[in-house]
Write a protein that binds this ligand. Structure first.
Ligand code: IMP
Ligand code: MG
Length: 338
């Protein structure tokens, strides 16, 4: 009964959408559950098309996968319906009755909050304000909205039953370890626990049912919004290295720093992954772009990956080499080494 949890190792934007979409296809996920909320943008490139998703699970590219939104997640109804159309997922997507609903008043409340917008650098999507209402027990949830009636299910039950049938379930985390409300760089964090434990608690599954935790590290570190970023490079240097990116939800330029082993160690401690995925590896070694086999990597690139596995004492099993979901070296399927 394989249950895989995908977690971000940095400050979000590690490429979880790509990893989840790849796993959904290759591992034939029967269910994929999205946690978190619409402040998190997950990008999926597949077969020459791309999608920027804020709520629909990234596994949607596998048409056989049932897509679910966790009870602990929060969505905005117009965003959900727009993405259902864009991804062609009508008829195979479900929302838990307890999933929280973000309303316009939550967005207005955040955008008029100077501390949140100027000091913290919030994405201003109303997620924190809706979380406040949830804690005060006044937030309306999916069960309160007739337009969601046909989508409602019991996500925890569906996932548990699927695992009992030996189905393959993927839980898609959002943001990254150091944006966790409890374990991140408080107060420069988001409004939920983004670590593996927080992610499964949003779905309603026992930690005993987790078979794999995949921690995703981009080959360099990025951060949008305020807060410390060890080893931060000047924007000129970021551009020179070809690491310039913009936020999926807000369009803000992302700050960047080189891969940071101390930060990675702490992310390993907080999540205790069984595997590591490295994304955007072609940003460090441009010649490997689009390669899909370990043996096709030059020796310096292989050494880089091997040293990360050795130092962190967790195997790197997935290496992203390009934008397409299938641009991936999958060492779970290859015998690696001399
Ligand atoms: P909020 O969660 O939108 O209030 O934003 C709080 C902090 O988390 C800000 O620094 C945001 O830029 C950051 N943040 C929130 N969601 C994401 C994400 O999906 N990727 C990267 N940063 C995020
Ligand atoms: Mg993102």
């Amino acid at each position: 009964m394989p249950l895989t949890v995908v977690v971000g190792g940095w400050f979000g934007d590690e490429g979880k959408g790509k990893v989840v979409s790849y796993l959904g296809l290759v591992d034939k996920a029967s269910i994929c559950v999205r946690t978190g909320s619409i402040n998190a943008g997950h990008t999926v490139n597949y077969g020459g098309r791309y999608w920027k998703l804020r709520i629909v699970p990234s596994c949607f590219i596998n048409k056989l996968t049932r897509l679910m939104i966790a009870p602990g997640a929060l969505l905005k109804i117009d965003v959900l319906f727009r993405e259902i159309e864009e991804t062609g997922s009508r008829g195979r997507i479900w929302v838990d009755a307890n999933t929280g609903i973000i309303e316009d008043k939550h967005i207005e409340s955040e955008r008029s909050n100077e501390y949140l917008m100027k000091v913290i650098g919030s994405t201003g999507q109303g997620v924190g304000a809706a979380m406040i209402d949830r804690v005060l027990r006044v937030l309306r949830t999916a069960r309160d909205f007739p337009e969601l009636r046909d989508l409602i299910t019991d996500v925890s039950r569906e996932v548990n039953e699927e695992l009992d049938r030996d189905g393959n379930v993927i839980i898609e985390g959002t943001q990254g370890t150091f944006l966790s409300l409890y374990h991140g760089t408080y107060p420069f964090v988001t409004s939920r626990d983004t670590t593996a434990a927080g992610i499964i608690s949003e779905v309603g599954i026992s930690p005993r049912l987790v078979s794999d935790i995949i921690l995703v590290f981009k080959a360099y570190v990025t951060r949008v919004g305020a807060g410390e970023l060890p080893g931060e490079l000047s924007m000129d240097e970021v551009v020179t290295r070809g690491w310039a990116e913009r936020g999926t939800v807000t369009g803000r330029p992302r700050r960047a720093a080189p891969f940071n082993i101390d930060l990675a160690r702490r992310a390993i401690m907080l999540n205790r992954p069984t595997q590591i995925a490295i994304t955007k590896f072609d940003a460090l070694f441009p010649s490997i772009r689009g390669r899909r086999r370990w043996d096709d990597l030059p020796v310096e690139a292989r050494r880089w990956i091997e040293s990360v596995s050795e130092v962190l004492k967790v195997p790197v099993t997935l290496v992203g080499t390009g934008e397409d979901s299938m641009d991936m070296i999958d060492m779970r399927r290859e015998v690696v080494g001399p």
